[in-house]
Design a protein around this ligand. Structure first.
Ligand SMILES: Cc1cc2nc3c(=O)[nH]c(=O)nc-3n(C[C@H](O)[C@H](O)[C@H](O)COP(=O)(O)O)c2cc1C
Length: 179
């Protein structure tokens, strides 16, 4: 099994490393990922402005490779239990994964965090712009993404939950592939 992550601030990396610890494999950053005959690829990627970090490049690498399963877990700030948000995250994954791989795809959503003290200057600016825009929307009309931005703006929060990896492990064990 090949375990890959696209992570800037460490949340997706931590999930990938914990998953690799459980399976006895190694997690590697997407820029170093090369297929070496593995049958299953598991990708953990941070969500950035509606896209999944490194996923498009990684998917491209695997299009013509002989793999049978491509598991993708998004790692975002917003609550994936919100149905509309989960739909948006799913759409972001599909946008990065071309047709030949889609039949092999299984999608999961995990929660990461944010620490404003550690953000790069461009990211801090982007969050400031999004916050200024979203805080003008009445709370009852905000989606999960907007709500997460407003609630956590300027703070350090971490929603990482390794127990959420159980669903990915169950899929590897073959359980959810039977659905
Ligand atoms: C510039 C920026 C844009 C973001 N956009 C989203 C987003 O669209 N949806 C979301 O759920 N989280 C968003 N986040 C939160 C990240 O997904 C979250 O911090 C995640 O833990 C990052 O993963 P990483 O630590 O592995 O890089 C954004 C964070 C930053 C800094």
């Amino acid at each position: 099994m090949l375990i890959i992550y696209g992570s800037k601030y460490g949340a997706a990396k931590r999930y990938a490393e914990e998953f690799a610890r459980r399976t006895g494999d190694k997690a590697i950053p997407y820029k170093e990922a090369r297929h070496a005959g593995e049958d299953t690829v598991v990708y953990f990627g941070g969500v950035y402005a509606g896209g999944v970090r490194g996923l498009a490049r990684t998917a491209k690498h695997f299009i013509a490779k002989n793999i049978s399963r491509f598991l993708v877990a998004t790692v975002g700030l917003s609550d994936p239990d919100d149905a509309k948000n989960a739909q948006n995250l799913r759409r972001a994954v599909l946008a990065a994964v071309p047709e030949p791989l889609r039949g092999k795809l299984q999608i999961f959503h995990l929660r990461g965090g944010i620490d404003y003290a550690k953000l790069s200057a461009p990211h801090r600016l982007l969050m400031k712009l999004m916050y200024s825009f979203e805080k003008r929307t009445p709370p009852e009309r905000r989606g999960a993404e907007a709500q997460a931005i407003v609630e956590t703006y300027g703070k350090a929060v971490d929603f990482t939950d390794f127990a959420a990896l159980d669903a990915v492990c169950a899929c590897i064990d073959g359980k959810s592939m039977l659905k």
